[in-house]
Design a protein around this ligand. Structure first.
Ligand SMILES: [Zn+2]
Length: 156
């Protein structure tokens, strides 16, 4: 709170207290001053909004840049490590896992193959081989590749 101090009709300074942004007490604030205060408040509000938007935008841009960098690195690693043959057999990726195909012909993406039971399949589907779809040609896995049991016969 601070005193207004504007001259009153009697000639003494106004003793009314006011607080916050302003030039004088309510009674002594001129219309021009009211307009100024309003313009100032408005500018401050929109300034804050703009700053928020700008911060959000620059954060998004930074995230996009990082995502691009990660993708580029992944592609680089992938192309360096990807093998289409493992031990002389075609290597493929089936639902994220690496397999070799030791049977006749070549496999293509979308082919249905019969896979040997593994720990996950046993939990999810029960014991025994299970059908799955080839998702990628080649693998980036450096360990032992499981063998595909069979290629599903054509439908027609
Ligand atoms: Zn006053």
């Amino acid at each position: 709170m601070r005193p207004c101090g504007r001259p009153t009709k009697s000639g003494n300074p106004c003793r009314a207290q006011f607080s916050g942004r302003g030039f004088a007490c309510k009674l002594h604030t001129t219309d021009h001053e009211k307009t100024l205060i309003e313009a100032f408040e408005h500018g401050r509000r929109t300034g804050r909004e703009e700053e928020r938007t700008w911060q959000q935008r620059s954060a998004n841009t930074r995230i996009e840049q990082l995502e691009r960098q990660v993708r580029t690195l992944e592609e680089k690693l992938d192309s360096r490590d990807r093998r289409y043959e493992v031990d002389g057999h075609q290597a493929v990726t089936v639902d994220g896992y690496a397999y070799v195909w030791t049977g006749q012909g070549r496999l293509e993406v979308g082919d249905t193959v019969l896979l040997p039971e593994n720990y996950v399949s046993a939990l999810r589907r029960g014991p025994g081989p299970f059908p799955e779809t080839v998702t990628q040609l080649g693998t980036t896995y450096s360990g032992t590749h499981s063998r595909i049991i069979a290629k599903a016969p054509a439908d027609d």
